[in-house]
Design a protein around this ligand. Structure first.
Ligand SMILES: Cc1cc2nc3c(=O)[nH]c(=O)nc-3n(C[C@H](O)[C@H](O)[C@H](O)COP(=O)(O)O)c2cc1C
Length: 374
């Protein structure tokens, strides 16, 4: 048998990821931190629940709900598994008028025949679609390094509206075939940003974005940050199940819960930059999502809970999960007297516990809570 090339290995790896995500518990063993964030119940909301408007503005577009379907997959030929997942998610996103991302398009850059597995425009003509490439591919030491051409290909082949660049040093560092080149990535992204005609979203994948990183990303003109924090899907957890030997398993286990919790990452990015934030990482109910919005995020992002219905091609199943979150966000907004997301960002919050100690050392917490968070 002919040896598999790098891109074929990438495709196989993707399916192993999906399989592990479906069959095993790959979530972090720690929370995403929002249990330390408390709303103050409002007995006199002075609004009607029916008048609550959940719409948000992001990169010049208006969306009906503050939820973002985080990118998961792509890379098979035609309408096989990855294509089915993306099309199912896209139909749900179209129905609800919310944005969505596709998974890494690295396979597509090398094997253009896999483009259809990322293509959803025919079923989701109006969806705000976000393409996806990995930061290591832009590193100066990467052979066949990516640049403007690959970024344009990723966006234009699927008629996307923006490009996400995923930052995933944790995952790359604990997998045997990982791309651990990161030298020169920021400079490469600055160059890309100066000539690329689409918005760029920098996106972590489960270990969170710190204020130092956020400030650097803002300084080169990145348009938004998906904090992809700790507390949801753990890529080190996924790699633990994929590890072929004791050494690999040990490394992945040690770093299973590595990173900055989503709640803390939102606070760090909000207090240090003006960038729109997508709060992804362990968002599993609407109360938690409302907390992220109150802390200054524009969207709560979700991946893993949508995978199961999406694999089955169950559009209504995906919509049902999302509508449950939407109703929980709406109910929370009613109980804190916020009739739109702008007002939700001004309601009082109390931050306690571990998060408080962390935040006090990292940011001006009283100012943040007084409204410095906006
Ligand atoms: C099966 C699966 C595949 C994923 N593939 C990608 C990917 O290709 N590119 C990327 O940027 N993020 C990828 N992610 C990460 C998600 O976008 C998200 O940041 C992460 O799963 C945390 O969200 P969650 O806790 O809701 O799952 C993937 C997640 C899952 C569950």
């Amino acid at each position: 048998m002919e040896a598999l090339d790098r891109e074929e290995l990438t495709i196989i790896r993707k399916f192993e990821h999906i399989e592990h995500c479906l069959k095993r518990n790959v979530q972090a063993h720690v929370s995403n931190g929002f249990e330390d964030v408390h709303f103050i119940h409002m007995s006199l909301p002075e609004i009607d629940k029916d008048e609550i408007d959940l719409s948000v503005e992001f990169l010049g577009r208006r969306f009906d709900y503050p939820i973002f379907i985080a990118g998961m997959t792509g890379g098979t030929k035609g309408s096989q598994l990855a294509g089915k997942i993306n099309r199912t998610l896209a139909k749900a996103a179209q129905e609800l008028n919310i944005p969505m991302g596709v998974g890494s398009q690295r396979a597509m850059v090398r094997k253009p025949e896999t483009w259809e597995s990322y293509y959803v425009r025919d079923v989701a003509p109006d969806v705000f679609l976000v393409g996806n490439l990995g930061a290591p591919q832009f590193a100066e030491t990467m052979p066949e390094r990516y640049g403007l051409e690959e970024a344009l290909k990723a966006v234009e082949t699927v008629q996307a509206d923006a490009l996400a660049i995923h930052l995933n040093p944790l995952q790359e560092s604990v997998q045997p075939e990982g791309d651990t080149q990161y030298r020169g990535v920021l400079k490469a992204l600055a160059e890309l940003k100066s000539e690329f005609p689409y918005p760029i979203i920098a996106k972590e994948t489960g270990a969170g974005v710190s204020m130092e990183v956020a400030v650097r990303l803002e300084s080169i003109g990145i348009d938004a940050i998906d904090v992809g924090g700790l507390g949801g899907t753990s890529w080190s957890g996924v790699e633990y199940y994929r590890a072929k030997d004791e050494m690999g398993r040990n490394l992945a286990l040690k770093f299973w819960d590595w990173g900055i919790k989503t709640a803390i990452s939102v606070a760090e990015v909000r207090s240090s930059t003006e960038l729109p934030i997508i709060a992804t990482g362990g968002m599993r109910d609407g109360i938690t999502m409302a907390k992220a919005l109150a802390m200054g995020a524009t969207f709560a992002g979700v991946a893993l809970p949508l995978l199961k219905p999406a694999v089955k091609g169950d559009v209504e199943g995906v919509v049902k999960v999302l509508r449950r979150y939407i109703e929980e966000i709406r109910n929370t907004m009613f109980l804190v007297g916020a009739k739109n997301v702008e007002e939700l960002r001004r309601v009082p919050l109390v931050i306690t516990g571990f998060t408080r100690e962390w935040l006090e050392q990292r940011i001006d917490l009283p100012a943040y809570l007084r409204g410095g968070r906006f």
